[in-house]
Design a binder for this molecule. Sequence first.
Ligand code: IMP
Length: 212
Amino acid sequence: MIRKKLVLATSNQGKFREIKDYLADLPVDIISLDELSAAEDVEEKGKTFSENARLKSLTWSRKLDGLILAEDSGLEVEHLGGKPGIFSARFSAPRPTDEKNIRKVLRLMAGVPWNKRRARFVSCLVLAQKGKVLKEARGEVRGFVAFKKKGNRGFGYDPIFYYPRWRKNFGELDPREKNKVSHRGRALRKMKAFLVAFLGGPTKAKGKEEGG
Ligand code: IMP
């Protein structure tokens, strides 16, 4: 039987690993844009995570065969009016890096007390095929901006995102643990349920979500 292709439309290796790991037991071949030598970025012109995820998945679904799964995600800090939000990846533009983005958030939050450091990660996943959206799923996780970095796992803002239920920063979690409670894990759980029904194939139970 020819297996369907599921293209993960992201050039962010951190995201790619987490999404691929979560969906690994589905009866599809999961491939990256890099493997298709198709990695140029789609301009994120949208004003919301949803608009940007739709833009990315629809654009790639018109260029490539198979199912296209795109994600837009970011960190929203209450004290900063929701920033960096959709600008999370580019917060320290013109030459943004995870390290510089973290330093900028910590600088803007210097002297802000614990009770005003609430933040959340948001993930919006969009699955498309041949120019049509098949499913959209959103997930979020609430926590705090830590006073300093902890842990060197994950990517992006993980080292400064404190998850109170586990009293740990995301940077201290291994990817499977993070997927159980993260914004991406929560969105993926809904997307996976859709994909299981859509593909009509069996799947082993995996990546059980925790509340929080
Ligand atoms: P996007 O590729 O435009 O969706 O940008 C997502 C950006 O949000 C990443 O580059 C990170 O800076 C941040 N981000 C999203 N999800 C996570 C996460 O799970 N951990 C840490 N940072 C994240």
